[in-house]
Design a protein around this ligand. Structure first.
Ligand SMILES: [Zn+2]
Length: 292
């Protein structure tokens, strides 16, 4: 297995064709590690903006990439992307490689740039993907709610971040590589690897949401909807493990369908709630019963 640590820098740019701002990539940086996690190559390129002549000062402060750097060294996005792709092709076959980034923001941005600037370039050549941040969180037992930055995680692992001082894409990729070396375990890494399939980016950009509109709720009574139906509206008495009887019609409020139920065996009454959460390819249904 080969590992590619990818890091992108971007600048918020107004794109007239889509009439909104997007995160336009200004630098692509990557390092390649062989199966023993030894660096065997790197890629870096600065990207000139298609729509904007200015890099905002915040980005320059953060990345040390100045307008002047981009004017002098920047290449069009298409050239940079194809350069990256050709560099990737010099290594292992897609099935034998994992691309890693710190959080999936880089990959979302990559995808977005390919849509806005190249009309949806095929990205299946990436092969497989793993979110290094999620893996480190798992290995270091950090809470999932906590957003840990790459630098903070490196310090936590006892890596000196001074030599990686400059926040440039390839330097960050090297820092990420060092982080991976500290936490990597063959035993559980595979659990975090996902194949980059045609669904991959749509799945990644999909935002789970509760079914909370009355119009959606009406599907509950629609027998033709295989995902949700009224038979999911029930409440189990946690003591007796049998269905409790609803005292009112189920009504919709907040994020959930609600009623009060009474257990015919023990007589306990419950505030009953059922939530339907729409995920990419299924609906997650949760039942709750709180004793009154
Ligand atoms: Zn009961």
């Amino acid at each position: 297995m080969e590992f590619i640590l990818l890091d992108l820098e971007w600048n918020s740019t107004y794109a007239p064709p889509i009439q909104r701002y997007f995160n336009e990539i200004i630098e692509i940086g990557a390092v390649r590690l062989d199966s023993s996690l030894t660096e065997s190559g790197s890629y870096t390129s600065l990207v000139r903006s298609r729509y904007q002549s200015q890099v905002c000062s915040y980005v320059t402060d953060l990345t040390n990439i100045s307008q002047e750097d981009l004017r002098r060294e920047g290449i069009p996005y298409r050239t940079a992307l194809y350069g990256f792709r050709d560099w990737m092709a010099k290594g292992a076959a897609p099935a034998e490689r994992v691309v890693l980034s710190w959080g999936d923001g880089d990959l979302r941005t990559f995808w977005q740039n390919n849509i806005v600037l190249l009309g949806g370039e095929n990205m299946l050549y990436l092969g497989n993907y793993a979110d290094l941040q999620a893996y480190v969180r798992h290995r270091c037992k950090l809470p999932t709610t906590q957003q840990t930055g790459l630098r903070a995680a490196a310090e936590l692992l006892g890596i000196s971040v001074e030599e990686h001082e400059i926040h440039r894409a390839v330097t960050d990729s090297r820092l990420a590589a060092e982080v991976l070396r500290r936490v990597y375990s063959e035993e559980d890494f595979a659990d975090f690897v996902k194949p980059v399939t045609p669904d991959f980016f749509r799945r990644m950009s999909f935002k789970p949401r509760y079914i909370s509109r009355r119009a959606d709720a009406e599907h509950l009574s629609s027998p033709g909807n295989p995902l949700i139906n009224g038979t999911q509206l029930y409440c189990i008495c946690p003591h007796c493990r049998i269905p409790a009887r609803p005292l009112y019609e189920w009504y919709f409020g907040g994020r959930s369908f609600n009623t009060v139920c009474c257990c015919t065996r023990c007589g306990r009454e419950y505030k009953a709630q059922v939530t339907f959460k729409r995920l990419f390819d299924h609906i997650e249904i949760k039942h709750q019963a709180k004793e009154l």
